[in-house]
Design a protein. Sequence first.
Length: 168
Amino acid sequence: MPRGRYPRSDSRLLRRLKPAIAVQLARRAGATVIGLAGPEHHEWLRQHGVIPVNYRDRVAGRIREAAPALDAFIDTFGADYVELALELGVPSARIDTIVNVGAVQRYGVKGDGRAAGSSASVLAELAGLIAAGKLEIPIAATFPLAQVREAYELLAKDHIRGKIVLLP
């Protein structure tokens, strides 16, 4: 998410905490960010300038309470979140999903988040921000390579904050 690409007035919603990098980049770009996550992740979100919203029960109502007007939606989870974004009035051109390929075809939303984020220039910019201490990469756990099974078991739990790192 290159700086300056989104106006400061933008309110964007990021589903799930796994995109901790996207949360920080959107904030750096000046966007108001709403993060859908379980209560166990709300403090981390607040510490990073994000408005936390519980993803359980009455999600649309909670989002409307947090931000009456939503300009963009980034879906990193799938399920029915693209439909939720459309229900909230986000234009399809301002919805990006990295997991719901069917929604890209069905609703004309963007599906270019993965490709755009993996270019050499974007990776170099991210590496520079990390080296300068301006971008935090949360590490949930580290495992020796011989414990790859345990690493995948932790990953399968699906409610971790941060990356799992395998060590040689």
